[in-house]
Design a protein around this ligand. Structure first.
Ligand code: AMP
Ligand code: ZN
Length: 110
């Protein structure tokens, strides 16, 4: 499968890593939309929120634990977590990911 985030998770494409464990990777977004813009992904391919099931949803809970740890370690207390699902919602990479946005006041939702 030709998935850029699978390649990043496998180390085949470089990334600026913030956090890594056996199942999750976090790295800085290449086109930051805020002073803090980190992506958190499962290493296993899940296409998006629409692909979360009873079988794989445990990784989502783990990702939110990782988000709490990363932001605490960076001293970022005020931030937004976003996951775009589908082209019309702005999804461009079809591997589940959560954007952490912070470091400036965030207005609006869309
Ligand atoms: P989305 O548009 O919600 O699917 O988010 C995809 C994000 O991935 C965008 O914010 C891109 O800037 C980011 N992105 C794409 N390729 C890379 C890459 N090689 N390294 C880091 N971030 C990337
Ligand atoms: Zn993938």
């Amino acid at each position: 499968m030709d998935c850029i985030f699978c390649k990043i998770a496998a180390g085949e494409i470089p990334s600026k890593k913030v956090y890594e464990d056996d199942t999750v990777l976090a790295f800085y977004d290449i086109q930051p939309a805020a002073p803090v813009h980190i992506l958190v992904i499962p290493k296993a391919h899940i296409s998006g929120c629409c692909d979360v099931t009873a079988e794989n949803s445990g990784i989502v809970a783990h990702i939110f634990e990782v988000i709490a740890k990363i932001t605490a370690d960076l001293g970022v207390t005020d931030y937004r977590v976003v996951s775009n699902n589908g082209t019309e919602a702005g999804q461009t990479v079809f591997h589940l990911h959560f954007h952490i946005l912070g470091g400036r006041p965030l207005k609006g939702m869309c």
